[in-house]
Design a protein around this ligand. Structure first.
Ligand code: FAD
Length: 533
């Protein structure tokens, strides 16, 4: 950690030291780096915001916050850190939707990436892009080799990507449920939703990236150029570089969605129907998720208010007769306005005819594609306040398919459904491993199909320890039962746990860190290479 003086002072000191003996290759534009001092703030509001995230559990304070107006500012900051005798840490912060301080930088600098969005985007692009008519931070293009794609600033929100692409009748293939997340933030993790079984996570739908590495180098990378950096950064938890542009695959956007929910009492039928749906090759669904309904996780919640009053009372009586636990499949079939409704209805009929949901417990909606993709409303902390009343001690796991029945008995039935406090949505749905590229940093269980569990707890801050105990109980159960789960959006406290998490990839993860961020500057809040003293 840096002693008591602020990063602003440090930067001035660094700048002055460069006048005498600093390696010029690392700091080509000294005046520009001095300029960033005016974009560093350490007022109470900046520091409070940078030390708050959606989880509201960790509050690591940085020394300052950089509000960049161009990528050059980010390059200059990272180079300055490298040039200091005791480098300071740097964390890119998208929207701070992490729940365990992953975008924080104790005593270092947090880069408020969304600040790039308030400036002229021509400054945020490399020279090729500057020649184009690029003024929204999102540029839609086509080429004969790549088809349609969008070049998107790492600071952009997925909701804005949707708005900009749909204007052209196009859209990305892979989404998150919630669109008020930055492109750089989700690509540092994975980016999953009900489309992932078909198109892979968001990290599998990227053609090219611009990255500022931990050494302060601005590098364009793809599967073919600088591929090691490309694969390191995707799912790399911010450890290797700061994503400033992503080239995202687009396709013709559907116009409407037939949106269906099916209810189950029986876990075996629920999961075997989910697996049937994700394996249907011809005219299959475009989106498949699933969730648990319990007394504490009712059918409607902040994530989705799908059910009418009448539906809800019907579901509540069923819940009572089924020991307080039901399972629900959510599936969607996209279609185009010009398609005949009878054709799409026939396709849906053939998808549903052999499924084993409870007779009569099928609920349907027909909505526009935008209504469907924006179904999760903005959360409170989007409204600009740095003060939150709720904590979110979330736990997200990937569970190998071969153990889901043990997981259901031990975790879903015995731990989660019996937990007496209010929690939040509980998601449970399958993903296909073949849609994840093993060269990427993201880790998933070693089986063709695995399930994701999302325990999206919401509680008072003073209740969060109870939820941590609940989460630990789940992890301990899996450990004892030998269920080889992986955490998604992982949070660990020791090097041993990180090594175990990455498994075979740990060696390469460490080697890549030494190569791209040898001073261990980037994303210290993940606590993979930077520990609390
Ligand atoms: P931040 O929390 O700001 O940052 C996360 C990490 O990425 C940090 O380590 C940070 O340093 C790093 N980082 C941020 N920007 C960059 C960048 N440009 N370059 C390199 N590193 C960077 N996830 C899903 O997969 N699917 C969902 O459906 C989903 N729904 C969510 C709903 C809500 C309400 C919330 C709060 C979260 C949800 N998430 C979901 C989780 C979300 O994807 C992660 O929290 C993600 O990190 C959020 O992006 P952010 O922009 O807020 O990132």
């Amino acid at each position: 950690h840096i002693p008591s003086h602020t990063i602003i002072q440090l930067i001035i000191a660094c700048y002055l030291s460069t006048q005498f003996h600093i390696n010029d290759a690392l700091l080509p534009n000294k005046i520009q780096s001095f300029d960033i001092a005016s974009k560093l703030k350490n007022d109470l509001e900046s520091i409070t915001k940078a030390s708050t995230d959606h989880g509201n559990l960790i509050h690591d304070k940085p020394s300052s916050v950089l509000y960049p107006s161009s990528i050059d500012d980010i390059v200059a900051l990272v180079k300055l850190s490298n040039n200091c005798s005791s480098p300071f840490t740097v964390s890119a912060k998208g929207c701070g939707h992490s729940v365990r301080g992953q975008a924080m930088s104790r005593s270092g600098v947090v880069i408020d990436m969304t600040s790039l969005n308030k400036h002229d985007h021509k400054n945020n692009m490399n020279n090729d892009a500057k020649n184009e008519n690029y003024d929204s931070g999102i540029r839609v293009s086509w080429s004969s080799s790549l088809g349609y794609y969008a070049d998107v600033g790492g600071e952009q929100l997925w909701i804005d990507v949707l708005r900009a692409t749909i204007e052209h009748g196009l859209a990305p293939l892979s989404w998150t449920d919630y669109l008020y997340l930055t492109v750089g933030g989700t690509l540092s993790n994975g980016g999953i939703s009900g489309q992932s079984f078909l198109h892979g996570p968001q990290i599998s739908n990227v053609l090219e990236l611009d990255v500022v590495t931990g050494k302060g180098a601005f590098v364009t990378c793809s599967e073919h150029i600088n591929s090691e950096l490309f694969f390191a950064v995707l799912g790399g938890l911010g450890q290797f570089g700061i994503i400033t542009r992503a080239r995202i695959v687009l396709d013709k956007a559907p116009t409407r969605a037939k949106w269906i929910r099916l209810l189950y009492e029986d876990f075996t039928m629920f999961t075997s129907d989910q697996e049937t749906l994700i394996s249907t090759v011809n005219n299959g669904p475009d989106y498949v998720e699933g969730s648990l309904i319990t007394d504490h996780s009712p059918p409607n919640n902040w994530r989705s208010s799908f059910y009418s009053h009448a539906h809800q009372s019907k579901i509540h009586s069923l819940l009572k007769n089924n020991q307080g636990l039901l399972y629900s499949i959510e599936l969607v079939k996209y279609y185009h306005d010009d398609q005949s409704v009878s054709t799409i209805d026939e396709e849906i009929h053939s998808l549903l005819k052999d499924l084993n949901f409870i007779p009569g417990f099928i609920f349907k909606k027909d909505v526009t594609i935008t209504e469907f993709l924006t179904r999760v409303a903005r959360t409170d902390n989007e409204k600009g306040s740095s003060v939150q009343s709720q904590a979110h001690p979330w736990l997200n796991l990937f569970v190998p398919k071969s153990r889901i029945h043990d997981f259901n008995a031990g975790v879903l039935v015995h731990i989660i459904a019996r937990h007496k406090q209010t929690s939040g949505p509980i998601l449970f749905y399958p993903l296909n491993r073949k849609k994840w590229d093993d060269r990427m940093s993201a880790v998933v269980p070693d089986e063709d199909i695995f399930y994701t569990l999302g325990l999206l707890h919401s509680c008072r801050v003073d209740e969060s320890e109870d939820f941590d105990r609940l989460n630990n109980k789940i992890m301990e159960f899996c450990e004892k039962a030998g269920i080889r789960i992986k955490q998604y959006l992982p949070h660990y406290k020791s090097k041993e746990d990180w090594a175990k998490h990455f498994g075979d990839k740990w060696k390469i993860f460490q080697e890549r860190k030494l190569k791209f961020d040898p001073e261990m500057i980037l994303s210290p809040g993940q606590k993979i290479f930077n520990y609390d003293d």
